[in-house]
Design a protein around this ligand. Sequence first.
Ligand code: BF8
Ligand code: SF4
Length: 655
Amino acid sequence: MAITSEQDKKVRTADKAAISVLNHDSSGVETAFDRYLKMQPQCNFGRTGVCCRICLQGPCRISKKADKGICGAHAYTIVARNLIRAITAGASAHGDHGRHIVHTVMEMLKEKAPAYSIEDPQKLYRVADRLGIAREGKNDRELLAEVAALALEDFIKDSTDPCRWLESTVVEERMQKLEECNISPRSIHTTIAETMAQTHMGMDADPVNLIFQGLKMALCDYVGMHIATDLSDILFGTPKPVTTEANFGIMEEDTVNIALHGHNPLLSEMIVRVARQMSAEAEAAGARAIKCMGICCTGNEVLMRQGVPVLTNFLSQELPMMTGALDAMVVDVQCIMPGIKAVSECFNTRIVTTMPNAKIPGAYHVAFAEEEAEAKAREIIGLAIDAFKERKGKVVSIPQIKHKVTAGFSMEALDDLLGAVSPDQPFKALTDAIDSGQLRGVVLLAGCNNLRVLQDHSHNEIIRELARNDVFMVITGCAAGSAAKMGLMNDEAVEKYAGEGLKAFIHKLNEANKDKLEGNKLPLLFHMGSCVDNSRAYDLVTVLARQWGIDSPKVPFVASAPEAMSEKAVSIGSWFVALGIPTHVGVVPEVTGSSLVNGIALQIAEDVYGGYFIWEEDPVKAAQKILKALNERTWKLKLHRQMAEKYDTALSKSY
Ligand code: BF8
Ligand code: SF4
């Protein structure tokens, strides 16, 4: 979207509630929207990946004047090294998240974390079966101990056996491919050490070797997030459809408003639970109730399991405070702007950090501890109630914008819904719809916001265009926050935006599941959760591949991160590519300084893995490219099936 006026330049968002806050704020408080403008122009060496700061002789910047670094490193080495260090940081973040949950499970099994329990034994059985753990004669705790021990092995083992969470969740042909290319990782922590060593000054200068290591690292990202998803479901329940609301209008003047922000459900689940028990304390302070609401991926976690409303997504995380109505923002890890502290000072919001590795100077810090999780949650809610007491009676300005949201579509929930149409093979309902041309394929919308593009605009344009073209869409992360805020993640959006095929498909599911949905109807986009739950999205690829009897690069599935921002997004995109999926990124990553590395991402990756990147910032053109990628795959699949039928042979394995 063209930025035409000075005001538009400052307000780089398509979210009406965010615009309203930015336009009406007279406090002069600085937000990311201002800081982005102050940061212009940004350095093109960094932007294209050709700045090396790996040793103390640097920074070395590749230019017409200097075509190599001081040590002789070419642009391709520098770009590849920077890229795979970003992947390593992303995989470390997801790995750390997953390992924290493994640790909590182990503490729980030692009776040291009394607030946690096995909420979903059925999920435990499914995970144990998938990992090949015999269940006979074992109770749930013994079984969980074995699952957790295997999870820990995927973090630390030194043997070259495949990671169990990789091997057990991808089709056999994909695993063979990863082994053949020597990118099947030993374990998460070993691979982090390998990659950091390989990218040290004076180590690997071969860009192809570096990129292969980067893909191995990215697969560790996948393993870490899959472990996080599985164990979170076991501890807190596997998501089922829930309906609630999203955007700033969910805040109320007379409730204690608490935003839960970050990624890890370990504390936020406790806060939601304890908030439900503390209504008397809130009423004593003059509040009608305590209202929890989510930001970023912690928001997704409590949305899909507890029906907690969505406040906002990444880029507008500072703005809810500027309404004057937010009493506390509780943060755990990742994607937390340090800028929230300065904003909070002007608006009486308590910023509460909780994790030892994500503190903000001057903020309240309540150290999270598994053994006293409920007491910590109580302490934090107490801080929010104190803030409410100080705020009571003061003017607040809450934009009255909110939309209905239906979320919580885990693979289990999809299996259940599709099973109402096709009981013996639930996902055949989806493959049949694609085979018949009713649906064009499946797209995952994922990823962040990024000030390089107008907030939420690309997400929304792409979603509408794909809906119009009958694409079945799943969604995670801040893309989901965007769709929720803008009124796209509900049944009304089906009627407004879906093409005839998609509409008919969703109507059929509604009809078949009438009793289960209890008056609710299915949304335009199927919310699978937080960013770690991109593991669920890839489980969908695997299930579809198995249903068709093909390897993943033949599945008409595309991933798209229209407003990617974080190193985690770089990592996720890279494993999607290695696992055979075309992946659109709407903000060109820092690789264009090497035509060789850029060429690997855009083209050569496809020859080797079947997946490849698509860089496209224009959302309309991006939607066209995504549709083209889906069409190529449905066409090829159809042709191969026709040939197999005609000559009575097995379906071609090639892609
Ligand atoms: O892990 S989508 S801005 S919140 S990185 Fe961060 Fe990006 Fe949001 Fe979730 Ni994912
Ligand atoms: Fe420069 Fe080489 Fe050092 Fe990088 S590793 S900063 S290119 S001398």
